[in-house]
Design a protein. Structure first.
Length: 113
């Protein structure tokens, strides 16, 4: 009975570690390296292992003076989570990023009942 418990715990540990490794590799592959704004208003996100993809929607997460957290949705259905701490940008750059991301969002249509 004790060996069965040890084997089941070992199986759970192996499953957990395999899932954690897969998730970490997926995160590293999809991690955004840079967010670029071109001259005509397009936003491009450059991923770690792939080229740039065009951002079609920005879903805000946490927008505060200390942190900007957004989910960038690509035209091919891909998504990337972008976290920018205010300590890596100057005060003006941080506010400029907030304005660019929030102003770019198109207003959601509201239905009238």
């Amino acid at each position: 009975m004790a060996s069965l418990t040890v084997l089941s715990k070992l199986g759970l540990l192996i499953t957990f570690l395999a899932t954690a490794c897969f998730s970490w590799r997926h995160y590293l592959r999809r991690r955004p390296l840079a967010l670029e704004f071109d001259g005509i208003g397009n936003k491009l996100v450059v991923h770690t292992l792939s080229g740039p993809s065009v951002v079609v929607d920005v879903a805000p997460g946490m927008i505060s003076p200390n942190l900007v957290s957004v989910r960038l949705l690509g035209e091919d259905g891909s998504r990337a989570d972008l976290f920018v701490c205010s300590s890596v940008l100057t005060h003006d750059q941080h506010w400029q990023l907030r304005r660019l991301l929030l102003a770019w969002r198109e207003p959601r249509s509201q239905s009238v009942l």
